[in-house]
Design a protein around this ligand. Structure first.
Ligand code: FES
Length: 320
């Protein structure tokens, strides 16, 4: 089911760090926006036709605004560069309602966050929530240098007690080094929940370090795919609602085939990380390639991300 779109106005842009700005959106009518939980993201429907997902950085208690952090990616395919260069305060655009693939477990006795660069954005919101609940947390924040680290001023402004929870690793500053994630994880208390959001090498190190932990205590969010989308083709997709059958040819993803056939399906990242294209599976066995569903959820084979996942069976039946 496609998420409802909201009309919002860009209310403010704030410099956060080198290449990182935060963008504050408010409802055009000035009213409250749909509630969100810490770790959620929204999709910006950009005037250039692109749809891009960005994590919310502000406190979930704030109902009057959505604040996203955007890193101007040097390899931008038109998303972050457009947001930085073309969006101006006062512009009106559409955004999706918030969705959360990176949920905060609020009952943990202690929470450890590991953030790399712009990956701190959802964690910024989580910290607000844990502070409101009076929960114990620590942040290990990695960036090239302090000028590249977003939200530093805001975190420091949260007071002296919060300062003691912050640990910085500026690996390109004199004497700096990469965070030893394995050593950090090995010191965790057995009830601690641990979260990681950052670039792929950091996430790979985190997944390796936490492989032996109970997975309900381990939380990770990807911005980019780890592997190529399934485009081997050679199977059929049956649309259960219309009984239409679509052939997925070699070199095409299911999403490509659906769009080519004029089927309107929601999508955003096209990399299996945002869940915009999540679709119920009524028959057949998907070849899951996404980074949103847990291993258990993938094994259930009752839903899939059609932008990147393929099929292990000759036919998939989708609830479309
Ligand atoms: S479009 Fe983002 S997961 Fe498919």
């Amino acid at each position: 089911m496609e998420a409802k779109l909201l009309e919002v106005r860009l209310h403010g842009i704030r410099y956060q760090a080198r290449y990182i700005h935060s963008f504050e959106f408010r409802a055009v009518n000035g009213g409250e926006l749909p509630a969100f939980t810490a770790g959620a993201h929204i999709d910006l429907h950009l005037p250039n036709g692109l749809i891009r997902s960005y994590s919310l950085a502000n406190a979930p208690v704030e109902r009057h605004r959505y604040v996203v952090g955007v890193n101007r990616d040097a390899k931008s395919r038109g998303g972050s560069a457009y947001v930085h260069d073309a969006l101006k305060v006062g512009h009106v655009l559409q955004v999706s309602e918030p969705r959360n693939n990176f949920r905060l477990f609020e009952g943990a006795p202690h929470t450890v966050f590991i953030a790399g660069g712009i990956g701190v954005t959802p964690i910024r919101s989580m910290i607000s929530r844990l502070e409101a609940l009076g929960r114990s947390w620590e942040l290990f924040y990695c960036a090239r240098d302090r000028h590249s680290a977003a939200y530093l001023d805001e975190l420091r402004a949260m007071g002296e007690r919060v300062q003691t929870n912050l640990h910085f690793n500026f690996d390109q500053e004199p004497g700096g080094q990469l965070l030893d994630i394995a050593a950090l994880v090995s010191r965790l208390n057995e009830n601690t929940h641990v979260y990681c959001c950052g670039p792929l090498p950091m996430l790979a190190a985190f997944e390796k370090a936490t492989a032996g932990l109970p997975q309900e205590r381990v939380h990770v969010e990807y911005f980019n795919a780890k592997e190529q989308p399934a485009a081997e083709g050679g199977f059929q997709v049956e649309l259960a609602r219309t009984k239409r059958v679509i052939q997925v040819a070699r070199g095409k993803t299911i999403l490509d085939a659906l769009l080519d056939a004029g089927i309107d399906v929601p999508y955003s990242c096209m990399e299996g990380v945002c869940a915009s294209c999540e679709t119920r599976v009524l028959g057949g066995v998907p070849d899951h390639r996404d980074l949103v569903l847990s291993k258990e959820e993938q094994a259930a084979n009752d839903r899939m991300m059609v932008c990147c996942s393929g099929s292990k069976s000759e036919r998939l039946v989708l609830d479309l």
